[in-house]
Design a protein around this ligand. Structure first.
Ligand code: ASP
Length: 381
């Protein structure tokens, strides 16, 4: 197991190495090439609306399935303590999500790979840049050049992808095979895994259908994205996968301006898989504790799961922590998270894959709403 682990680690580190310069260059050049602030506002608004609608849809699918299957009813072995990873994080709330948009220290945020405040800064920076006229042109050109260099590096790293992904998955499966707790949990919470898995599959197919209906792309695009999707499964991190997602989308023929704007934003705020999982997990906990959740509570779950997914970072098991927001909103015991812990690493991989698929379909669908601006398109290419 250890003999292959380092190869996966090397691949992951190479990807992570590119993230910060890549998103800075991509977002600034992407936004600047959209033209003036009003066009940016319209496209940005559509992107956020698209993300909000698809995330809400994912939660809805999760809620319908969890009500139909009721995976938590009859569950015993309720844990008595709040898991160590979670305790101390009870303060995670909506205010924290809003505050996390802005960082007082860009360098520290970059060092911690906190992408959201960096993206917000790049958006503000690029918006200001578009108002500076010819003086700003040299800065825009610099970021366009930097973006090209970074994408070239990603292309080189992609050569390692098959071996890197294989090594990551193999070493994780090696660990899981040895963990008795994992298999015991699989049996105990099998219905829960099934519900989350089925929901994610349904949502994945719904997005594919949208893509097919709204663009001429379909299976071919899915196949083209497969390297990014498998990497998402291998890394459990939308952020670490971002460089590959961008490269695959460009290879899939998506306009670079859409790729540069929609994907970095999506990797940090658009998490359909996480939202669906949080809704199912919270309902599962309620069912396990025998606490009834009426329509009113389920509406609260619907809203807070959507927000909690937006607040989750694109890193492994971030959704497990932001689930606190949903649990607290409907007064469920945080101890309940303990039931889900042993199998979470596995579900995390599948939901990350769906998160990345949600971003990828978003870029392909939103591309058609880009401002029609030949000059801008030329600069972006
Ligand atoms: N690991 C997920 C991602 O990076 C977030 C989560 O659901 O924990 O997209």
């Amino acid at each position: 197991m250890q003999s292959v682990e380092w190869i996966g680690r090397l691949f992951l580190d190479l990807l992570k190495m590119t993230i910060i310069p890549l998103i800075i260059a991509a977002v600034i050049s992407g936004v600047a090439s959209l033209g003036d602030i009003r066009k940016l506002g319209r496209f940005g608004g559509l992107t956020i609306a698209y993300y909000a609608i698809t995330t809400a849809l994912a939660v809805l699918i999760g809620l319908v399935l969890v009500n139909l299957i009721a995976p938590g009813s009859g569950y015993e072995n309720l844990p008595a303590t709040v898991p160590g990873d979670i305790s101390g994080k009870e303060t995670t709330g909506l205010t924290e999500i809003i505050l996390s948009l802005i960082t007082p220290n860009l360098v520290a945020a970059a060092a911690d790979t906190q992408l959201l405040p960096i993206i917000v800064f790049c958006l503000i920076f690029a918006a200001a840049l578009t108002t500076t006229g010819s003086r700003g042109a040299v800065v825009i050109n610099f970021f366009i050049g930097l973006n090209e260099v970074m994408m070239k590096i990603v292309l080189w790293i992609m050569v390692l992808a098959p071996v890197g992904i294989f090594a990551m998955i193999a070493s994780r499966l090696g660990q899981a095979g040895g963990g008795e707790a994992f298999w015991q949990e699989i049996i105990q919470v099998g219905k829960y895994i099934l519900t989350v898995g089925l929901g994610l599959l349904v949502h994945f197919c719904v997005l594919l259908a949208f893509l097919h209906l709204l663009t001429r792309r379909g299976m071919a695009y899915l196949l083209g994205m497969s390297r990014a999707l498998i990497t998402a499964f291998g890394t459990s991190s939308s952020s670490a996968t971002l460089p590959l997602t961008m490269e695959c989308a460009i290879e899939g023929g998506v306009d670079r301006r859409a790729v540069n704007f929609v994907l970095p934003l999506g990797a940090t705020v658009n998490m359909d898989g996480t939202a669906l999982y949080e809704a199912v997990a919270v309902m599962f906990i309620a069912q396990a504790y025998g606490i009834p959740m009426g329509l009113h509570e389920q509406i609260i779950i619907f809203i807070t799961a959507t927000l909690a997914a937006i607040g989750a970072a694109g890193i492994p098991q971030a959704g497990l922590v932001t689930m606190i927001i949903v649990l607290t909103a409907v007064n469920l015991p945080l101890e309940g998270i303990g039931i889900l812990l042993a199998v979470d690493w596995f579900l995390d991989r599948i939901r990350t894959l769906v998160n990345v698929w949600g971003d990828s379909t978003g870029a392909a669908i939103l591309e058609r709403y880009l401002p029609e601006d030949r000059e801008a398109r030329k600069t972006a290419d």
